[in-house]
Design a protein around this ligand. Structure first.
Ligand SMILES: [Mg+2]
Length: 344
């Protein structure tokens, strides 16, 4: 750990870069015994169980430096990990960050990246306790987050039962719309940014929200299985069903397509429902819950967070199917966000 192997970056000496990065890392925080600066961080173990996750963002695979600001990228790299911890119904506590920089990266870009990370950590009461910095051909950002949950209270992907309702928080597809917007012709993008929906889509893609409190609320209300939607409803629901050993029937007319995406469809030339089901990076929660618990869950999410909870279908014994408004059934293709394909 530490920043001993920092690379020299344009405009800054190695020591200056380390000093600048240290400034944006967290200082003293509850539970931190020894923070940044020693060989390793020391933190107090909480009373329950620890929840650990890590996620890697690779330039050219998960992001392009031309389509996201370093501040947004830094925040997003933290938030996607928080989202995974939240999806277990846990609270995020500590983060470790390792970054590889390519030679053409400006020092100011790195400082902005850390600034975004710091802002996200502050927003979610997460303490950045250390990390590493190195050189590579492309920028790589690897974040590890440690959270905690009361013993036995983590909500997994494996608990869905035949007959449970399938629910999602918020709306879907806005982040995929934002990505499409970032890749569209500059003249179309300029037109879109003049509209509220254009800015909303861009914001959804650049600054996702991790549903921490919402996940705890869903767990308390009786969610039987839960995960965050990082790769699209179709793909993520198929993963949940696989882990639970069940199938799903999704009612297409009920899928909560983001309003901004509906408004953008003409200009961007996209199918909103397709993006809502197959597009990724919404970071909304996908959960299954018993019919008798869903109303309470919906009321509490609305009351506490002003967040909607929408039933999109039901768990069945086996198979993955969609049904349209006319009752026509079709297989739910578990396709979606594949970072090893073309990134769409
Ligand atoms: Mg996840």
């Amino acid at each position: 750990m530490g920043y001993a192997r920092a690379v020299s970056t344009r405009g800054f000496s190695e020591d200056e870069l380390i000093a600048a990065i240290r400034k944006v890392l967290s200082g003293d925080a509850p539970g931190v015994v020894i923070g940044v600066g020693d060989d390793a961080a020391v933190v107090e173990a909480g009373a329950g169980e620890q929840v650990l996750t890590t996620d890697m963002l690779v330039e050219g695979v998960h992001f392009e430096r031309s389509t996201i600001s370093p501040r947004d990228l830094g925040a997003k790299s933290i938030i996607v990990n928080i989202s995974d911890v939240a999806a277990m119904a846990a609270s995020p506590r500590y983060a470790l960050v390792s970054i590889a920089l390519s030679p053409e990266v400006e020092a100011a870009w790195v400082v902005e990246l850390y600034g975004g990370m710091r802002a996200a950590c502050d927003e979610y009461a997460l303490t950045l306790v250390g990390g590493d910095l190195s050189r590579a051909d492309a920028v790589v950002i690897s974040v590890t987050v440690v959270g905690e949950v009361a013993s036995g209270h983590a909500v997994t992907r494996a608990g869905a039962r035949d007959g449970d309702l399938i629910v999602v928080t918020g709306t879907l597809g806005a982040a995929a719309g934002g990505l499409a917007l970032s890749r569209t012709h500059p003249s179309k993008a300029a037109e879109a940014f003049g509209k509220p929906w254009g800015r909303e889509l861009a914001e959804a893609f650049a600054r996702p929200v991790a549903r921490v409190g919402e996940a705890l609320t869903l767990a308390e209300a009786g969610a039987t299985a839960m995960m965050d939607l990082s790769d699209g409803l179709a793909k993520d629901l198929s993963r949940l069903c696989l882990e639970s050993g069940v199938g799903a029937r999704v009612e297409l007319a009920k899928v909560p397509v983001a309003q901004a995406l509906l408004e953008s469809a003409g200009l961007l030339g996209v199918d909103p429902l397709e993006l809502a089901i197959g597009g990724g990076e919404d970071y909304e929660l996908l959960a299954t819950i018993d019919l008798t618990d869903v109303e309470r869950a919906r009321d509490e999410l609305d009351e506490r967070f002003g967040v909607t909870l929408t039933e999109v279908g039901a768990i069945i014994e086996e198979g993955l199917v969609t049904v349209d408004a006319d009752g026509n059934e079709a297989p739910l293709e578990p396709k979606g966000w594949d970072h090893f394909a073309d990134g769409t």
